[in-house]
Design a protein around this ligand. Structure first.
Ligand code: L34
Length: 271
């Protein structure tokens, strides 16, 4: 559904000319197998909706300055509206330096500090793809978070922190839990909505959740070739009113939001 929505939005009229929103550059450095799958899925979805996308695969030993120079070139290209550098990067490359180099108007991940600041004050062009997808999904299922207790497990810059801000913006009462949180179960048992993004297979168990809770699983853990979320799906499912599966849940939504952000970037750059 989400992809079809993006496809409709992708054709717009600029100066009486019909144009297709294209121009997403995805950079991947190294051979991380999970990243390769995610980038391949992004490319596939771009092709499906008719975007021009370029996947630029660089070797593991790429120097930071080469990567920054490439981003600089993409920043200047008029046919590229969105730039994404797949994370994580190899250890010898400074992630912050890379994110800071992406032009904020092309930052379709919304990771640049300028975009993060805009989100903080509720005046933004882009939202980070994973939490934005989760908010869209809640809206689609008419799940209001206003006045509800929401627990976000995980405090990363790409999921946990922005997720908490977005829920807060929709008037939820938000708790952010993390590896140092004491008595996590006491928090989750009270929660109307639990979003978990910590990367530990089957971490959230049935005894931790309230009857009728909404459970959103961001984790993707591969064990012996099988994918597991951060939630013990089979058992938690019995108690939850809604629960997202892994695979086929938050991952594909993340990509749909990336395409939406690329459309937004295209529109903004053609104003
Ligand atoms: N810069 N780095 C940047 N932007 C992002 O938005 C991401 N993320 C996360 C990792 N690094 C990033 C993604 O793209 C996670 N992520 C992502 C994207 C797609 C999928 C999962 C995570 C996905 O396609 N998931 C499939 C299964 C994939 C599999 O078989 O492993 C699913 O159905 O969940």
């Amino acid at each position: 559904m989400a992809l079809q929505l993006v496809a409709v939005l992708a054709i717009i009229v600029v100066d009486n000319e019909i144009r297709v929103a294209h121009g997403l550059a995805v950079i991947i450095v190294g051979e991380d197998p999970a990243s390769q799958v995610y980038v391949r899925n992004k490319k596939k979805d771009c092709d499906e909706v008719g975007f021009n996308s370029e996947v630029i695969a660089l070797p593991e030993n790429t120097e930071e300055k080469e990567l920054l120079a490439l981003i600089d070139t993409l920043n200047k290209r008029e046919d590229i509206h969105g730039i994404l550098v797949q994370l994580p990067l190899p250890k010898h490359i400074n992630e912050d330096a890379v994110i800071n180099t992406i032009s904020p108007e092309k930052d379709v991940d919304a990771f640049h500090p300028e975009n993060v600041g805009h989100i903080m004050i509720g005046d933004y062009t882009f939202l980070p793809c994973t939490p934005a997808g989760i908010m869209e999904m809640l809206k689609f299922y008419n799940i209001s978070v206003a006045g509800k207790k929401c627990v976000v497990i995980g405090r990363s810059n790409i999921v946990g922190k922005p997720m908490a801000l977005m829920l807060l913006e929709k008037n939820a009462t938000v708790t952010i839990a993390h590896s140092r949180t004491k008595n996590l179960k006491e928090l989750t048992k009270e929660a109307d909505v639990v979003v978990v993004a910590i990367g530990k297979a089957k971490f959230v168990t049935e005894d931790m959740v309230k009857e009728g809770a909404v459970i959103v699983d961001v984790g993707i853990n591969r064990i012996d070739g099988v994918l597991y979320g951060d939630v013990d799906f089979e058992n938690v499912e019995k108690k939850a009113s809604y629960i997202t599966p892994v695979p086929g849940g938050v991952g594909p939504l993340t990509i749909a939001m990336l395409l939406l952000n690329t459309v937004t970037a295209f529109i903004e750059q053609n104003k």
